[in-house]
Design a protein around this ligand. Structure first.
Ligand code: NAI
Ligand code: MG
Length: 352
């Protein structure tokens, strides 16, 4: 019996609605599978917790999370209670940084029954590997002078270690998928970091002779996401490029409510964290209509991470059978509730 200990952090807003839904799905999966046993521990860390305790998580919060096999997070943020930079940096970003979750992966694909805003989405199925620890998101820089003489400098950090780690991860992923890696670059406009990025990409590609590659400038690449998303398999990108590209990836799928993500710790020292792309959706809290699919698909990524790829595929197929039969929440143009869509998924898993 394989036992997996999961730290659940529902967080704020609809996180509290979709995490229990996805947890129920995972429990069903372990019932069906038999050899797999999930043990969930709930942590109430959120903006409400902050109001009571003056911090987003206790001082020993990271210590308490450390020995779990994975962290399953909903969403963080309630600007009525706590400014966003405090809530996100005090919980989500702290976990990503301290637990060395240096890679962020986000798939985007056509989901049957979900209408893409693209006129001709064909059958795209891609995954973006985003460097998650350095790049353009650094705090190195500064400012001097005021008024019209004001000067601001914002540095980007590209280490060989960080760059190579992300690119290698993308190649390894592609060897299990469509055997193609696209590098998101901008070496025609960015003088130092991007030619370096291209060089490392070339070097790593030599170790993977059976993987096809291409390099696209990020501006053209973004346009191709709209015109030919079906041409991509795995795309590797720096922190900023990957951030922008993955929102576009969620958009072409049809709703941010279905988009999943994973923050991966690659050195095995700490747990990885699985969270949907969406936030706490304050406009629909408590209405019971949050789309649970982003969180449930995130659970599928967690299954893949644990080496249970077959089960992951079963789960995604069940999600697609439910959406293609028209059981959709309002963000996808349907009339079904979080509970109804979740129950459909659970019942179909049981009848597999
Ligand atoms: P959001 O993703 O919460 O909402 C954007 C729009 O998408 C809203 O109209 C919302 O109703 C809709 N939406 C999102 N998820 C949905 C779902 N599962 N089903 C149906 N509709 C859904 O982004 P927003 O409004 O910019 O941020 C709200 C709060 O969430 C802020 O405090 C923000 O900082 C936080 N946030 C947290 C994230 C995280 O924890 N990873 C990510 C993004 C935002
Ligand atoms: Mg973003």
């Amino acid at each position: 019996m394989k036992k997996l200990r999961i730290a659940n952090i529902p967080g704020d807003g609809i996180g509290k609605e979709v995490v229990p839904a996805a947890t129920a799905v995972l429990k069903t999966i372990s019932e069906i599978h038999g050899g797999l046993n999930f043990e969930f521990t709930d942590f109430p860390w959120s903006c409400e917790y902050y109001l009571e305790h003056g911090e987003m998580m206790p001082k020993d919060g990271l210590e308490r999370l450390r020995d779990f096999d994975a962290i399953f997070l909903g969403a963080v943020g309630n600007i009525k209670l706590v400014p966003d930079h405090i809530s996100l940096w005090g919980l989500l970003i702290k976990i990503r940084r301290e637990f060395e979750q240096v890679i962020n992966i986000r798939p985007a694909k056509v989901i049957k029954g979900v209408k893409s805003p693209l006129l001709n989405p064909k059958d795209f199925d891609l995954i973006v590997v985003r460097e998650n620890s350095e790049g353009e998101y650094s705090s190195v820089g500064g400012k001097i002078y005021q008024g019209e003489d004001e000067i601001v400098i914002q540095n980007s950090i590209f280490s060989r270690k960080g760059t190579e780690r992300a690119i290698r991860y993308a190649f390894e992923l592609a060897s299990k998928r469509g055997k193609h890696v696209t590098s998101a670059t901008k070496s025609n406009g960015i003088f130092h970091s991007m030619p370096f990025w291209d060089g490392v990409f070339k070097e790593v590609s030599n170790d993977f002779p059976d993987i096809n590659t291409d390099s696209q400038h990020i501006d053209a690449l973004s346009a191709f996401f709209v015109t030919h998303p079906d041409k991509f398999d795995v795309i590797v990108a720096s922190n900023l490029f990957g951030d922008i590209l993955t929102d576009l990836g969620a958009a072409i799928m049809g709703s941010i409510g279905i988009a999943p993500a994973a923050n991966i710790n690659v050195n095995g020292k700490y747990p990885s964290m699985f969270e949907p792309v969406h936030g706490s959706a304050p406009d629909i809290i408590g209405k019971g209509i949050a789309n649970p699919i982003g969180q449930i698909w995130t659970a599928k990524m967690m299954l893949d991470h644990f080496g249970e790829e077959e089960l992951g595929t079963v789960l995604l197929n069940v999600i697609e059978s439910v959406t293609s039969d028209g059981f959709l929440t309002p963000d996808l143009g349907g009339l079904y509730t979080t509970k109804e869509v979740t129950e459909k998924i659970i019942n179909r898993l049981k009848n597999k």
